[in-house]
Write a protein that binds this ligand. Structure first.
Ligand code: BTN
Length: 321
């Protein structure tokens, strides 16, 4: 019932929808409509009601209706189970809790409209107000830990392809998995792995895409280095459409990796990696190294020519010099 009301309000986002119209559509009384609207407001939807005119929703672009996503997806694994929350600390944390409670498994996706304690790589926080796409994907590929860690690069390529649908040919990668548009970060991926060396139990890929965020949403240190799809394309995008594109593309690359390994994906990774062949500074394992980033190998390591030899790095924070 509430999904139908949301759908109706989103379909008429620039106008008021009368209580009568909604009541007729749903086959319920106007008082019942009003009660559902109040409940939706409680859930955090920004709905304006004016007597004599009806109801209008603000932020329609950011509404995600799980049933609609599931219906629009043609994936076989990813997103078949989809949990959408209003407010969580971190979708990665919720995903882990759901796994422990036996309520989530291969392909489950956890989405939140807002995160109060969004986490980034290397212990950093991740600003997650409404308007961004904050989600975690659970996989249980049954591979060794080292191989499973490659999904960090595989999924970066997957997200670039999804972003291409909205801003073609612009998404680039900063190793290992930051996604950039016009020199600024638009998406980050935080991988959490659990299990034994020989076999990972599960993999949680936390993905944050700045979709409808205005520049003012970014806090101090990331204000000049982050961007959003809105800022780069000059228009709002439906979060639901971006989520559908992301899940579709992630499944494509997930299956490709499972069937053919990393090599067919590595070439695309390299072609999108904007710092290959350039001089970089990299902070890794309490060291800062400088040199030319010359290649990415089949294990996903970055090869850095320091002038004294070639360093093979498995993790780190890259900056162009
Ligand atoms: C990075 O530092 O670049 C990684 C950022 C990852 C952010 C996403 S948002 C959804 C998921 N939940 C989190 O707490 N973090 C990831």
């Amino acid at each position: 019932m509430r999904s139908t009301i949301l759908r109706e309000l989103c379909a008429h986002r620039d106008e008021f929808v009368s209580g009568k119209q909604l009541a007729e559509k749903l086959g319920i009384s106007r008082v019942a409509v009003w009660k559902h609207i109040e409940a939706l407001k409680e859930e955090g939807y920004d709905i304006l009601g004016i007597s004599g005119r009806g109801y209008r929703i603000a932020g329609a672009y950011n509404v995600i209706i799980p049933e609609d996503i599931i219906e629009s997806l043609s994936t076989s694994i990813i997103g078949r189970q989809l949990q959408v929350y209003r407010d969580v600390e971190s979708t990665n944390r919720t995903a882990r809790d759901l796994i422990r409670e036996g309520k989530a498994g291969e392909g489950t996706v956890v989405v939140a409209r807002r995160q109060s304690g969004g986490r980034g790589r290397r212990g950093r926080s991740w600003v997650s107000p409404p308007g961004g796409l904050w989600f975690s994907l659970i996989n249980q590929p049954g591979l060794a830990l080292q191989e499973t860690a490659l999904f960090s690069l595989v999924f970066a390529v997957g997200i670039c392809r999804a972003i291409d649908k909205f801003l073609p040919g612009k998404a680039e990668i900063k190793w290992p998995n930051d996604i950039f548009l016009n020199g600024k970060k638009i998406c980050g991926i935080l991988l959490e792995l659990s299990g034994e060396l020989e076999q990972a139990d599960y993999l949680i890929s936390g993905i944050g895409i700045n979709v409808n965020l205005q520049r003012s949403a970014f806090e101090n240190e990331v204000r000049y280095t982050s961007t959003s799809l809105l800022e780069e394309s000059g228009q709002y995008h439906e979060l639901a459409a971006v989520l559908t594109a992301a899940l579709t593309s992630l499944e494509h690359y997930y299956l490709l990796f499972m069937q053919e390994g990393f090599s067919p994906i590595l070439d695309e990774f390299k072609s999108r990696c904007f710092h290959l062949g350039k001089n970089i500074r990299i902070a890794a394992n309490n060291r800062i190294l400088e040199g030319k980033s010359i290649d990415i190998d089949e294990n996903g390591s970055l090869l850095l020519d320091t002038g004294f030899g070639i360093e093979r790095l498995t993790t780190g924070d890259v900056a162009l010099i």
